[in-house]
Design a protein around this ligand. Structure first.
Ligand SMILES: Nc1nc2c(c(=O)[nH]1)N[C@H]1C(S)=C(S)[C@@H](COP(=O)(O)O)O[C@H]1N2
Ligand SMILES: [Mo]
Length: 320
């Protein structure tokens, strides 16, 4: 599978151009050679999925050695089958349903208090800013955690591209809205689309990362393809998936979770083991895969990088 994904783009183009008749014919040849039909089919499916992504040649992205951690990487198959993506259901078991997400064409609109609003295709954006791989911790507000090899680019590079005005105080992110595609958006208990926001200072921190890949290939649909945020010192709900619009605004944005339940899912949502969620402790976390319980760290272990952002602010609001 890795070998298939790493094929150069010219070969991908050639294979995409293969007429269906030839492909079907090849399959019957395989069958004739004694391969099971099911095996031939599933192999075909994997190849199609990997090659249909026009950015596949960008992975694996060069590793940024500054972002490594003292924990094992969560195995891909664990991570890819335990997700929060409410657009596709409220359980952790949404990976199959999330394959309904249509990720091409995908455009991102940058608007609000910027020099000049613009819309850019994801496939163009990822070739304007160099991609890199970073190992990051992820801590869900539900007290489970994982370690992921994300690929992408710093959010601050995108802020620089947008050239915000001085009056822009916050960055607001918005996903798609399409209940026909995402069955969870038919659930009227949630104020769709999913929205999140951070301050312009937080967006400028080196750690704030726009994710386009994971595990050395384009990011899987269940992880929020083709573009998601990751703010590793904040609870996972801040890291909004499948971003369609990024707006520079003066007013503090109200995220989907904050709109639903502000006393449980606040704007700042910085990880702090000493501040309990109203319904459970945040002192420890369950490590996906091993099930081990480990102590949770202030700012999820990133205090050295981010504590400066919050100097002099009211601590009673910062951690929920
Ligand atoms: N659009 C969208 N983004 C989202 C969510 C969601 O339901 N919808 N869930 C959030 C939560 S609570 C977490 S913990 C992470 C989970 O990311 P993962 O499934 O890739 O591990 O995505 C976050 N981003
Ligand atoms: Mo979460």
């Amino acid at each position: 599978m890795v070998a298939i994904i790493r094929r150069p783009s010219w070969e991908i183009a050639e294979r995409l151009a293969t007429p269906e008749s030839v492909y079907l014919n090849r399959r019957s040849i395989l069958k004739g050679m004694g391969f099971g039909a099911a095996a031939a089919l599933s192999h075909g499916a994997v190849v199609a999925a990997a090659e249909a992504d026009p950015t596949a040649d960008l992975y694996p992205a060069k590793k940024n050695e500054k972002y490594k951690i003292d924990r094992p990487v969560t195995p891909e198959e664990i991570n890819a089958n335990y997700n929060n993506f409410y657009e596709f259901g409220t359980s952790k078991d949404i990976a199959a349903n999330a394959q309904n997400l249509v990720v091409r064409p995908w455009e991102i609109t940058i608007d609000g208090l910027v020099e000049k609003p613009f819309t850019i295709a994801l496939d163009d954006l990822v070739r304007k800013i160099p991609l890199e791989t970073r190992l990051y911790r992820h801590r869900c507000v539900e007290a489970w955690s994982m370690t992921i090899p994300w690929a992408g680019f710093p959010l601050k590079s995108l802020v620089a591209m947008a050239n915000p005005q001085a009056s822009a105080k916050y960055v607001r992110f918005e996903t798609f809205l399409d209940p026909d595609m995402a069955s969870g958006q038919g659930n009227f208990l949630y104020p769709w689309p999913y929205i999140e926001g951070v301050t312009i200072e937080e967006a400028g921190n080196d750690l704030s990362f726009m994710v386009t890949g994971a595990y050395d290939k384009p990011v899987a649909k269940q992880h929020g393809a083709p573009l998601r945020l990751h703010m590793p010192w904040k609870y996972g709900f801040k890291s909004i998936k499948s971003i369609r619009k990024i707006s520079f605004v003066e007013e503090r944005p109200v995220g989907l979770w904050e709109a639903l339940q502000p006393s449980e899912y606040g704007f700042w949502a910085n990880v702090n083991p000493e501040v309990a969620h109203p319904r459970w402790s945040q002192a420890t976390e369950r490590v996906l895969d091993t099930g081990e319980r480990i102590p949770t760290l202030l700012f999820n272990g990133y205090a050295a990088e981010v504590a400066d952002l919050y100097v002099g602010m009211d601590p009673s609001t910062l951690y929920m």
